[in-house]
Design a protein around this ligand. Structure first.
Ligand code: FNR
Length: 382
């Protein structure tokens, strides 16, 4: 299977599975507990049907929209994800450049393998920084200041990771950062020499947005679950979120809101946007799908705050269904991570090209010429 054989996001997943050692693939693909929520995030879109209009003159269509004050060529964002150089040697750099090429928002994680400054100097496209609140208040302040200096467009505070989800595939594989070879996975590394040689001969694996003392404090190789459970602030609450919004002073988003009540609290502290998200099913298994919660959150706070539906997006029609339900945009992680793992920047560009094509094709087949026409009357719940 080659890159040109990939015609949808699942094809990239198959290719990534072939190219990555299994502990690395399972870190991307895996989720919490029984992975019920991860599966539900995508299957939720099957509970609604699109109702097309025909003969609508769809020669010219406009897929663009404004998200958090910046123009986006599509109603789609690339969610922040950790450790991208473990998946491909070009890491976040490849994804940021592909996002810029397609005119899309790029999210960089606190646990990124490229620095805030590197990403800022690399692209002029819209960028958000995702903040995990650490116990070390100095570290939080320093990341916020660095984002201010680098003129990031938005800060997204992740609120669903107060402790790590139980990611059993990672427990079995012993996946760590930096990736470490173990006896049980050695064969998998040996039979993926392209990945293994690239990894061994790449510059040292680092998490440059975290101060050195944090890495020293956690030892050399650490599982992400241990990292979350020892380094993040379990006392984070709404006062913390309000304080961070104030310290940041710019466009502010809460990532990981799932209830209408919390969406209301987000409005009350002055957030500009919320990402309805369960972290791609990696945290609370059994949680509802973002798309299933979208309607009631739109009813509660629609028009007062931007609402981004994050998780489970694998098709252009998933984006269209999110917009019809009232989202400003949809967002996803694995939709570009499988492609990054499969073929670096070229892979991400091909995946984004496929999604762009699916969004455009879907809009034409729906008989709409602009994303504003994607309204609730275009949907029926089963
Ligand atoms: C994530 N996600 C994530 N979220 C976050 O706030 N900070 C992070 O560092 C990460 N890291 C991360 C790594 C990997 C491998 C995955 C798959 C996900 C969650 C991410 O931002 C997003 O919410 C989910 O990916 C959405 O689900 P889908 O699109 O992957 O189904």
């Amino acid at each position: 299977m080659r890159l040109t054989d990939c015609h949808n996001i699942d094809d990239f997943r198959q290719l990534a599975r072939k190219r990555l050692p299994w502990p690395v693939f399972d870190y991307i693909d895996g989720a919490a507990d029984d992975e019920i929520t991860k599966a539900r995030n995508t299957s939720a879109f099957d509970h609604v049907d699109l109702v097309p209009d025909v003969l609508a003159g769809v020669g010219e269509i406009d897929t663009s929209c404004t998200i958090m004050g910046r123009q986006s060529a599509l109603p789609l964002m690339l969610s922040p994800t950790a450790l991208q150089r473990a998946f491909h040697r070009d890491g976040e750099r490849a994804v940021a450049l592909a996002a810029e090429k397609f005119g899309l928002w790029f999210g960089i994680s606190s646990l990124a393998t490229h620095s805030i400054e590197e990403i800022a100097s690399l692209t002029s496209g819209p960028k958000l920084f995702q903040l995990y609140v650490h116990k070390d208040k100095g570290l939080n302040a320093s990341m916020i200041e660095r984002c201010q200096e680098a003129k990031f467009d938005a800060l997204a505070l992740t609120v669903d990771t107060i402790v790590s989800g139980k990611r059993e595939r990672c427990l079995r594989s012993g996946f760590t950062t930096p990736p470490r070879f173990s006896a049980s996975s050695l064969w998998s590394y040996a039979t993926r020499p392209y990945w293994t040689l690239n990894y061994l001969f790449s510059p040292k694996f680092r998490l440059p947005n975290l101060d050195d003392h944090v890495r020293e404090g956690t030892g050399k190789a650490v599982s992400i679950q241990d990292y979350f459970n020892t380094m993040l602030d379990t006392n984070m609450d709404w006062d913390t979120a309000a304080r961070i919004r104030q310290d940041w002073g710019g466009t502010f988003c809460l990532k990981g809101i799932m209830s209408a009540a919390d969406a209301r609290r987000a409005v009350d502290i002055g957030a500009d946007a919320i990402m309805i998200s369960n972290h791609g099913g990696r945290q609370l298994d059994g949680s509802r799908a973002p798309f299933d919660q979208l309607g009631e959150i739109v009813d509660a706070v629609g028009g007062e705050i931007e609402i981004i539906c994050d998780g489970g997006i694998r098709r252009g029609t998933h984006v269209l269904k999110s917009l019809c339900t009232g989202a400003t945009a949809a967002s996803g992680g694995r939709l570009y991570l499988y492609a990054l793992a499969a073929a670096g920047q070229a892979g991400v560009e091909r995946a984004l090209g496929i999604l762009k094509d699916e969004i455009e094709r879907g809009m034409r087949l729906m008989g709409v010429t602009s994303v504003k026409q994607l309204t609730p009357d275009r949907l029926r719940w089963r």
